[in-house]
Design a binder for this molecule. Sequence first.
Ligand SMILES: Nc1nc2c(ncn2[C@@H]2O[C@H](COP(=O)(O)OP(=O)(O)OP(=O)(O)O)[C@@H](O)[C@H]2O)c(=O)[nH]1
Ligand SMILES: *[C@@H]1O[C@H](CO)[C@@H](O)[C@H](O)[C@H]1NC(C)=O
Ligand SMILES: *[C@@H]1O[C@H](CO)[C@@H](O)[C@H](O)[C@H]1NC(C)=O
Ligand SMILES: *[C@@H]1O[C@H](CO)[C@@H](O)[C@H](O)[C@H]1NC(C)=O
Length: 413
Amino acid sequence: GHTGTWRPHTLLSLILTCFKDITSKLDQYLLYDVNPPEGFNLRRDVYIRMASLVKTLRRHGDWVLVLPPWGRLYHWQSPDIHQTRIPWGEFFSLTSLQGNVPVIEYEEFIAESGGPFIEQVLVLQNYAEGWTDGKWEEKVNERPCVERLMYSKDKQGYYRGWFWGYEETRCVNVTCLSAQGHASMLAPLLQNNITSTSVMLDRAETVLHDHYAGKDYWNTRRSMVFAKHLRLLGDEFRAKYLNSTDEQDQIVYNEDWTLIKNKLGSARGGPYLGVHLRRKDFIWDHREDVPSLKGAVKKIMSLMKKTKLDRVFVATDADDEELAELKRMLPEMTRFEPTWEDLELLKDGGVAIIDQWICAHARFFIGTSVSTFSFRIHEEREILGFEPKTTYNRFCGDSEKECEQPTHWKIVY
Ligand SMILES: Nc1nc2c(ncn2[C@@H]2O[C@H](COP(=O)(O)OP(=O)(O)OP(=O)(O)O)[C@@H](O)[C@H]2O)c(=O)[nH]1
Ligand SMILES: *[C@@H]1O[C@H](CO)[C@@H](O)[C@H](O)[C@H]1NC(C)=O
Ligand SMILES: *[C@@H]1O[C@H](CO)[C@@H](O)[C@H](O)[C@H]1NC(C)=O
Ligand SMILES: *[C@@H]1O[C@H](CO)[C@@H](O)[C@H](O)[C@H]1NC(C)=O
């Protein structure tokens, strides 16, 4: 117990506390959020843009990126489970993320910065007038808000908004910025025009990648390692139902992402075909690059024959009716089907990650045209070291004429 005696280590810890207080005051926090309708996998892409911006900002100051809690995503529709205020640590390995750029969870920000206050929100928007003279140029200006502001003032004069479901969060000042260009274009403004220690960029998807698929892009992407419990569940499933282990599949893995540098073609993959079949909104608007269920099954069967694989793992967001039809036409298929208890623990996001992890380890993969869910699987396989021919494949629409296959983006180490 605490006796009140003055021991040396008490003094030391007091000094350390003061020191930490001083240093943490020097930190500047960059927070961000994304347009509500955007899905999980596009949000992962926006993270890469923000990590780039923070790296640029850190050349002149101690900026830290605050991770926007997950939740209220349109696609996460499993009923009766709590799916807001989910910290990044439930889906990604924080130590891995931190090996790329300093990041903290939102609740850590609240604890460190003195409370649920954000000093300045900058809502990014396009220019009301569009591109002038049809000419592209990078620019940023404070402008009147184009859309209705999603923040409103409370009785004390603070702004209230969604703030990831943290109702107590308040903001001192909200302004709109018209911006067109890459993420780091915002750095001079954040350094010179803003004195706040906490700045949130809303609608962060407005700015583009600094350099898509460049070295910095890939460093950030490689640091986005899935949380260990999700990888383990995926591996257990592979071993149990797909006769697939890293050793047998010749997949070299390391907990430290900076040490993974696999040659393309070195990974063999588990003895199954991995399929990502995106349905729901992709079929509702009758896109010509998305197949009918029958068309997809025909392609899967021909691939199984060609690759001599007799097992197929299917990741899909298909509804129950389509699922039943799929199973009828393709009895050999396997899916990761969590129990309700598992789902409550993993959430829709965790299940999606396990699906992606299993697809990423298949000997051959085929995904859905322009689905960011499929794109993230491509990247994961690129990291693991698969031969590109086994990765950059997509289904074609039943009557699609030119069925262009996905682009191979090589890792820059
Ligand atoms: N478990 C699982 N969920 C999926 C699958 N396909 C889609 N989903 C769900 O539906 C969402 C699809 O949207 P995302 O791809 O994340 O979001 P998006 O940015 O809109 O991407 P696309 O619409 O696919 O380009 C995912 O986040 C999942 O929640 C799948 O194969 N398995
Ligand atoms: C930022 O400050 C500079 C110099 O004071 C000024 O010229 C510029 O217009 C400011 N930018 C914005 C977007 O307010
Ligand atoms: C709000 O922020 C803008 C942009 O930085 C600034 O011009 C304005 O003075 C701020 N308003 C208040 C009340 O602090
Ligand atoms: C699992 O794969 C190994 C080769 O990787 C093979 O020798 C073994 O027979 C397979 N087991 C089953 C049950 O298919």
